[in-house]
Design a binder for this molecule. Structure first.
Ligand code: NAD
Ligand code: TDX
Length: 332
């Protein structure tokens, strides 16, 4: 394996993965990305072109995808419409990209017998009660809540069927909430950091007791590379770093880190169908493949992320007004 095609490599987690591959491996990387509102070519602008190339295009474009997949030894598929709030306002692009785009990719991968790794989310499992002693495992039944998570669930099931019916050489990973550099300012943590930088009070949906299981994007990348290189074909692996925090605690930490009073935020209208709690049990990945997260201190990771947004305002500033304008429509 020497040539890896990364779809969605101009997005948040995809760009972190591309940096990780260039830094930690000898693979050549081709990125296929449509550069939607969420894609940013600047996230890859520091990469030399000796081992890296960029193709602007749609994963649902079967002709383009066929050519790029044919020339690759492996595909790591990150491209998606990724934001729950957008999926509630306009679900159509989620069906087009997450379902039909994945379909075009796995058809090309089976035609050319190319190794395929599908990136997915813990949200396909629905949510847990706050006091549930169990966490999600690879055998938890699918029960997605939103248009976003249901289209991701649909894409996972397509990959599983292509493995079983056509012998597609694929693995799937379902990861918890990522944080770190290059995350779009529509998402919870960067939205609040950049609000504070703008002198705007952070916005907490509902009571803010919803729990997310945070993992640093670099830990997600190391897990994906581990599965790509050593995972068993046909298997699903859950990726998580034991990082459960409720949203209220995260906002308070951001305010403290940024030198503001911990209660200087506003409660706003809740997300419809808002999942209560996600929590990942990643025992399979840890025991079978020996993977462990490196970022065990969420507070330290959050401090570094705040610093990254402070240092990289030219990266995020062009996205900010449009992201906030969308939230104004729903009072959030
Ligand atoms: P993102 O929205 O930041 O990036 C998505 C990227 O995909 C963008 O660069 C966009 O331009 C590109 N894209 C969208 N539609 C495309 C299309 N039709 N053709 C080609 N490119 C297209 O998303 P993210 O947060 O980096 O998530 C990446 C993947 O990881 C997604 O599959 C998501 O479901 C999964 N995931 C995300 C998280 C998280 O916490 N963000 C957690 C688990 C899994
Ligand atoms: O302003 C906000 N205030 C707020 O309280 C925003 C934007 C969010 N929230 C809450 C909603 C969630 O409980 O914060 C939590 C995190 O919200 P998001 O960043 O939108 O993430 P989430 O909906 O949990 O989904 C994320 O993790 C799983 C990614 O966006 C998905 O792509 C991934 O699959």
């Amino acid at each position: 394996m020497s040539n890896i095609l990364v779809t969605g490599g101009a997005g948040f987690i995809g760009s972190n993965f591309v940096h990780y591959l260039i830094r930690e491996t000898h693979y050549n990387v081709t990125v296929l990305d449509k550069l939607t509102y969420a894609g940013n070519r600047a996230s890859l602008s520091d990469l030399a072109e000796d081992r890296f190339s960029f193709v602007e295009g749609d994963i649902a474009d079967a002709v383009l995808v066929n050519r790029l997949v044919r020339d690759a030894d492996a595909v790591v598929h990150y491209a998606a419409e990724s934001h729950n709030d957008n999926s509630l306002n306009d679900p159509r692009p989620f069906v087009d990209t997450n379902i039909l785009g994945t379909y075009a990719l796995i058809e090309a991968a089976r035609r050319h017998d190319v190794r395929f790794h599908h990136i997915s989310t813990d949200e396909v499992y629905g949510d847990l009660e706050l006091d549930d002693p169990d966490r999600f495992t690879e055998t938890t039944p699918y029960n997605p809540s939103s248009p976003y998570s249901s289209t991701k669930a649909g894409s996972d099931l397509l990959v599983r069927a292509w493995v079983r019916s056509f012998g597609l050489r694929a693995t799937i990973s379902n990861c918890s909430n990522n944080y770190g550099p290059y995350q779009h300012v529509e998402k919870f943590i960067p939205r609040q950091i950049t609000n504070v930088m703008d002198g705007v009070r952070p916005r907490l949906y509902g009571e803010g007791l919803n729990v997310r299981d945070w993992i640093h994007a670099d830990d997600h990348s190391s897990a994906v590379l581990t599965i790509l290189e050593r995972g068993r074909l046909g298997e699903t692996y859950l990726i998580g770093a034991d990082g459960e925090q409720n949203n209220k605690a995260v906002i308070e930490s951001i305010l403290e880190i940024m030198g503001e009073p911990a209660d200087a935020y506003d409660h706003v209208v809740d997300r419809p169908g808002h999942d209560l709690r996600y929590a990942i049990d990643s025992t399979k990945l840890r025991t079978e493949l020996g993977w462990f997260p490196q970022y065990s201190d969420f507070r330290a990771g959050l401090e570094a992320t705040v610093q990254w947004y402070r240092d990289n305002e030219p990266w995020w500033r062009p996205q900010k007004a449009a992201a906030e304008a969308k939230y104004q429509l729903t009072g959030q």
